[in-house]
Write a protein of this length. Structure first.
Length: 189
């Protein structure tokens, strides 16, 4: 019990004196373990903040070439200037290849594809059928099959109509008819 109090006192003295000299003597994992062991929430947060600051100072040293060719600037602005050069632009897929994948849900990778892909398609209705609860099932000329999420009492749609399907919020899709009526749909095939 006495040794625990002494180590707490020494740890408190180390925190009161400052974390910077301790940061050089300890590795990041040792610093994180010391912070995790702290029972007081505010002290633990300050400990983690000091560890993060020490990590930022060691992780972003200025390169000699950049320092000699450019005037001295604050650290945050130099980091933001270096970031765009490091990121390579992603080439977007052609619209024709994206329409075949439009509406397919396969998880997070498909969501990433949809974010950069086609936002709307237009197609001609080739067949219309109904599900058990009255929801429309629409087959398009591009081979896609879409079904209504909920049955609607009156939804004017005929074979040969050109419909537009566009993306909505949270991965939803809306089918719009030539009569300016819309309904939420899900791709079946």
């Amino acid at each position: 019990m006495k040794s625990n109090r002494l180590s707490f006192v020494f740890a408190s003295i180390g925190i009161a004196v400052g974390f910077a000299p301790l940061a050089h003597a300890q590795s990041l994992s040792e610093q994180m373990r010391a912070c995790r062991a702290e029972s007081d929430d505010s002290r633990r947060l300050r400990c983690y903040d000091r560890a993060a600051t020490a990590l930022d100072q060691t992780a972003t040293p200025a390169t000699p070439a950049a320092a000699s060719s450019a005037p001295a600037a604050p650290a945050p602005s130099s980091v933001t200037q270096a970031t765009p050069a490091a990121v390579k632009p992603v080439a977007s897929a052609p619209a024709s290849s994206g329409t075949a994948e439009f509406g397919v849900s396969e998880g997070p990778l498909a969501a990433k594809r949809q974010a950069t892909g086609v936002k709307e398609i237009a197609a001609v209705v080739t067949a219309i059928s109904f599900r058990g609860r009255g929801e429309l099932v629409v087959t398009l000329d591009n081979g896609q099959v879409w079904a209504q999420n909920e049955a609607v009492a009156y939804f004017p749609l005929n074979v040969g109509d050109t419909v537009k399907i566009h993306t909505g919020a949270l991965g939803s899709y809306t089918l719009a008819t030539p009569a300016k009526r819309t309904t939420k749909v899900t791709r079946v095939r």
